[in-house]
Design a protein around this ligand. Structure first.
Ligand SMILES: Cc1cc2nc3c(=O)[nH]c(=O)nc-3n(C[C@H](O)[C@H](O)[C@H](O)COP(=O)(O)OP(=O)(O)OC[C@H]3O[C@@H](n4cnc5c(N)ncnc54)[C@H](O)[C@@H]3O)c2cc1C
Length: 281
């Protein structure tokens, strides 16, 4: 059902199934073929990038961008939503909260909710926890040598690099012409240790780690970037059923990867299911 939302309901012409497989490596940098069974499954992505899915889902909806909600206020029937400057955004009959659970705790704590429900809601949300992750983009010219895989995953979780992808293998449109792009997702341990480190230090360290892992004399990257994801992937999940049983009568519900694990299609499926529960009340 969850893949159907991506391959059918929200299908886009630039949805592609990545042809090459994922291979694995261990803490010593030993690379070998990945699980053939797992590699038989589809590996979906979008030529133009993953935001294509969000844009497709937003078709025909009134979506306000750049509008972080700082708190909610419960009304007799419904909810007021406020931005960071305390400005009322609008009132709504029902609210479905999809932000990472750790941030939801802050949102709920700052909100006005009747009958001492806040404490129980926050206690259930706190069951979820996330690992941080630093993403490092390394652009090369010329393109790194072709390989029989499009990505490597560290299976013993003891290497500084968790995941390394050859973005130009997913689709050439994802990188400037004649360039190659390696995207390294760093381990939770490395990310925590380097959270405050200057970007140029992280980039040069990760470029060296990548070259050592591949045993390939890569040139100095010609374009680079980093992104720090504080709430990257959930490690402990919260129980959506318990939480929503408590809040659905208030016209409030929660969904997202904190309840189902860090996968786009699972978060999407969970969101659709909880939204149905909310509107069918
Ligand atoms: C580096 C990285 C790589 C990943 N790779 C994959 C992959 O290859 N395949 C896969 O299936 N999954 C992958 N994931 C996991 C996947 O991205 C998430 O599990 C999924 O996006 C979760 O969806 P969500 O709707 O629960 O939350 P999110 O996608 O986190 O969406 C929450 C949204 O809420 C917004 N928001 C936050 N606070 C507020 C506020 N106060 N007011 C208003 N808006 C707010 C945020 O800006 C964000 O847009 C990856 C995650 C990371 C970090």
């Amino acid at each position: 059902m969850s893949a159907d939302l991506i391959t059918r309901r929200f299908r886009l012409p630039d949805l592609i199934d990545i042809g090459k497989p994922v291979w694995v490596f261990d803490q010593h940098g030993h690379i070998q073929e990945g699980d053939p069974l797992q590699n038989m499954g589809s590996k979906w992505t979008y030529r133009s990038g993953l935001s294509a899915l969000a844009q497709r889902m937003a078709d025909g909806l009134d979506v306000r961008l750049e509008t972080p909600i700082s708190h909610l206020q419960q009304r007799v029937a419904g909810w007021n939503l406020f931005d960071g400057s305390g400005q009322l955004i609008s009132d709504f009959a029902q609210v479905l909260i999809t932000i990472p659970a750790s941030q939801t705790v802050d949102l709920i704590e700052a909100s006005q909710i009747a009958n001492g429900q806040k404490k129980s809601i926050c206690a259930l949300l706190r069951l979820a926890s996330y690992n941080p992750l630093i993403s490092v983009m390394l652009g090369y010219h010329p393109t790194p040598q072709p390989r029989p895989y499009y990505a490597l995953v560290n299976t013993d979780k003891a290497h500084a690099i968790s995941w390394l992808a050859w973005e130009h293998e997913k689709a050439p449109e994802r990188v400037p012409e004649h360039a190659g792009l390696l995207l390294a997702q760093m381990s939770p341990h490395y990310s925590r240790e380097h959270w405050q480190a200057p970007n140029d230090v992280v980039i040069s360290e990760v470029a060296n780690l990548v070259a050592a892992l591949l045993g390939e004399p890569l040139t100095t990257p010609v374009f680079t970037d980093t992104y720090h994801w504080r709430h990257a992937l959930p490690v402990e999940k919260a129980n959506a059923q318990l939480l929503n049983a408590l809040t659905l009568p208030l016209g409030l519900a929660f969904c997202g990867d904190a309840f189902v694990g860090g996968r786009v299609h699972l978060a999407l499926e969970n969101g659709a299911a909880v939204a149905l529960q909310l509107i069918s009340r």
